[in-house]
Design a protein around this ligand. Sequence first.
Ligand code: GDP
Length: 457
Amino acid sequence: MQPRRLRQPIVVVLGHVDAGKTSLLDRIRGTAVQVREAGGITQHIGASFIPADTLRAICGPLLTQFRFDVTVPGLLFIDTPGHEAFSNLRIRGGSAADIAVLVVDATKGLEPQSHESLEILRSRKVPFLIALNKVDLLSGWTPHPGSPLLESIKSQPKVIVDRLDEAIYRVVGQLSQIGFRSEAFYRVRDFTKEVAIVPVSARTGEGVPELLAILVGLAQQFMRRRLEVAEGPGRGIVIEVKEEPGLGYTANAILIDGELRVGDEVALGTRSGAKVTRIRALLMPKPLDEMRDPRDRFTPVESVSAAAGVKILAPGLEDVVPGTPMYVVAPGRAEELMNAISSEVRSAIRESERMGVVVKTDALGSLEAIVSMMERRGIPIRIADIGPVTKRDVIEASVVREKDKYLGVVLGFNVRPLPEAQEEADARGVRIILDKVIYSLVEGYERWVQEEKAAEA
Ligand code: GDP
């Protein structure tokens, strides 16, 4: 039997706000762009692809040292870091993200959102490494541009190694308290037993080759089976629905299996279930140097193969919900696929008679993430649904408020209240709390409860 094609692993970056997620992603992309002769980097929609040759050029001697070659076709980094993007990369019983990079600020150790990230990584069973970022801030640290971090660690005077060790072993200790075994990457023998902690600096670029080499090693050790591309119709996830000038509503999707072609019929999730539409065009980003007009950002392609980030043009995308699956419809299977999608959407939406808060979000992934975060914190929920805050949401909250004033609120994640909902809220004195970060939305609610209680006392 012919060996199956391996696709590139999908990598997400998570971590506490200000740990350096965005800076590290920028630095990784920048490092890859620099090795142009090896292939550099390919921009996808919502993701950046670093091909195997670029990884070899960046990691060079490290691969010899670690004794493995790059056998995956490359790494596909999701461009948006954080919980929100991770949550939307959802598949039943797990995550479409194959590996995660948890960025931790070396000067701070694990912070609240690092713990949240660790919890979701554990529950979705996603292997990860820790990028211990900002090592340039450790006192006494001097950057060694261009030299692999491992060598620079060895050549440092003892005192500096101690500072780095201090930062690493604080995290090792914090992780062990919550049941993770971890180790400085240069002592890791087996990725399946220990989480590797890789010291990096997004500012100087040090540690980026080590980080990439370990991601490749991790992927190749953990997930050969998972990365084998299934033959047959494509399968993916909608991560964003966006109105583009001159194009109308488009869906950005990550294809995680199979192939997607212009003309394919695809089943997609909506608030009320699912729909089937036909793909009119598939768009990829145009290389920056070929762009003449900023509106002329995309280049049409006939097909894409997993894993890929692609923009889809098709009729009826306006009510498609991000975080829902996308299946290419094989003959005779439309109904079965639509039922599968509808049941996923329905199982995420809650509506009950009990006292609890009202939650509205823009995507299925964030809805699930917020609901599970609130459940862990013991905050009851009356309604959890997708879409803007409506007048009915406000009325529900005000009914709750008469019985329990600390639960009579509406929480909106990445959504806005409809004008009549805002009027109703003003008239009834119902608070609508809005945020674009999952974690701060829940914190915003808890802070509001504290304030209300303080005002009473
Ligand atoms: P995010 O919120 O996790 O995406 O963090 P950002 O990438 O926005 O970084 C937060 C702040 O930390 C910014 O001011 C960055 O310049 C700074 N920062 C990020 N990485 C490093 C690093 O490696 N070294 C230093 N000294 N500062 C960094």
